[in-house]
Structure formats: C-alpha cells, structure tokens
Design a protein around this ligand. Structure first.
Ligand code: FPP
Length: 249
C-alpha cells in the first residue's frame, strides 16, 4: 500500500504505539557499537513521526527507554539520555511549527535533572498544540504505571476524594500516565521479538499487534505503511461475532 492509498481513509488507527527494538543487533551486524545503533535509530524515529503526521495519525507512542533499561551499562544509558536531549534540542522547533504536542510517560523522577528539565521545557512549549500528539515512554514500565495508579487511587479513597464503589475500568484508566489518550488500535514491534516487554499492558487489551523482523534503524516509511495496511485488513470484533458486527453496520 502506498501513502496515497492510506491517507484520508476513515478507518485508520487513531493511535499507534511502537516498541522500537533491534538497534544493538543492527550495530553488531555492522561491527559497530550499540550506541551507533541507537543514533541510527533516532533517524528512524524522525521518519516515523513525519510519516504519522502526513497520514493523519492522532497519537503516536514510542517506547524509548524501559524501567529495565536502567540495568544496561552506564555508557549506553548516558548515550541514550544524550540522544534524547539532542533530539529535543534539534526538534522542538519542528514540533512547535507543526502544531505537535509532546508528552512523556514513565518514572521521570529517575532521570537526571538536565534531561528532565529539557524534556519538561518541550512538553510545556507544545502543551497547547492541537495536531498530532507524540508520547514518549521513558523510564517506563506498565507494571510500575499500574502500581502507581493503585497507590494514587488508594490515597484518594483514604482522603475521601474517591469512593471505593467508584473504582471501575474508566476510573483506573484516568490514573494512568495515558489518561485522556485513547487506547492504541495498533502496536508495532520491530526486530522479530514476539513479546510486549512491560509496555502499555492495560491499554493494549484490544489492540492489534504487528511484528516485523526489520530492525528498528532499518524501519522506514514502506515498513510503516505495510504495518498500517496489515491493520486495515483485520476485522476487529471486540468479543462479538462477525455476524453481530455485520448486523450493526
Ligand atoms: C531497543 O534496541 C532500543 C532502545 C532501548 C532505545 C530506543 C531509542 C532510540 C531509537 C533513540 C531515540 C529516541 C527518541 C524518542 C528520540 P536494543 O538496544 O534493545 O537492541 P537489541 O535488542 O538489538 O540489543
């Protein structure tokens, strides 16, 4: 499928989430170090953001750094944080000019102050944007996010701000980092790994999953269009039968 065939369709995913995997293996295949792979990966990030805006995707969530990634070697963590700061320095103007909003989800308290402030700056500068919403999951894990939500709900119940009987799926969702953001319709993972790795576990309950062997630095527009085309072919039943879906049309 080409861009012109995808663009303007009314059944496109509103929200796409991506697990960007394979930077290390991509670098190793070329006899380079992992950091080189992450740098190339940042190029693929730019490409996918541009393509998403062109197609008219409303929300794009990128898994940039997991809670578990804190266990990687210090030089790799430093390089990834440096890349994040560099991307913000280079791209904030473009985000503003293109009316894009940036949010960060995750345990940002673990980031160093310079990284946190740099991100906060871009988040504040783009807060009023009404175009595409880019969500970067940084120092993120779904179990952490859900445990934080449980703590915050308990606190509000004990203070009398929320009643135990008010707790339902909608209320729980509103305590997550993704509050106000619709659940993704499509989740893409690159590099051939077939798992979710603690990413948006609550939010992907009905999400269509797409796995590709392509390593993240090689993931370009054609791969992205292919993933979206695959999504467009699927029948989303949400627990109903095909017949029920046809009757409701
Ligand atoms: C996974 O590959 C990738 C990451 C842990 C980092 C992703 C970060 C970027 C692409 C940098 C820029 C991001 C933004 C949002 C500007 P891996 O290292 O796990 O690869 P491997 O599985 O082959 O070892």
């Amino acid at each position: 499928m080409t861009l012109s065939e995808i663009k303007g369709r009314d059944d496109l995913p509103r929200h796409i989430a991506i697990i960007m995997d394979g930077n290390g293996r991509w670098a190793k295949q070329r006899g380079e170090n992992r950091i080189y792979g992450h740098r190339q990966g940042a190029g693929a990030v730019r490409e996918v953001i541009e393509a998403s805006a062109e197609i008219g995707i409303g929300y794009l969530t990128l898994y940039a750094f997991s809670t578990e990634n804190w266990n990687r070697p210090d030089d790799e963590i430093d390089a990834l944080m440096g890349l994040m700061v560099k991307s913000m320095n280079d791209e904030t103007k473009t985000l503003v000019e293109n009316n894009m909003k940036l949010s960060v989800i995750g345990d940002v308290g673990r980031l160093t102050e310079d990284v946190r402030l740099r991100l906060q700056d871009t988040v504040e500068l783009t807060a009023g944007a009404t175009g595409m919403h880019l969500i970067v999951a940084l120092s993120y894990s779904s179990r952490w996010e859900m445990a934080e939500a449980a703590k915050a709900i308990s606190r509000d119940v004990s203070r009398g701000l929320t009643d135990l009987s008010d707790i339902d799926e909608k209320l729980f969702s509103s305590y997550l980092g993704t509050s106000g953001i619709p659940d993704p319709e499509l989740l893409i993972r690159t590099s051939g790994e077939l798992r979710l790795s603690n990413f948006l576990l609550w939010q992907v309950a009905y999400t269509e999953l797409y796995f590709t062997e392509t390593l993240w630095p090689d993931f370009g527009r054609d791969d992205y269009y292919m993933a979206i085309a695959d999504y467009l072919k699927r029948e989303r039943r949400f627990g109903l039968t095909s017949e029920q879906l046809s009757d409701n049309k």
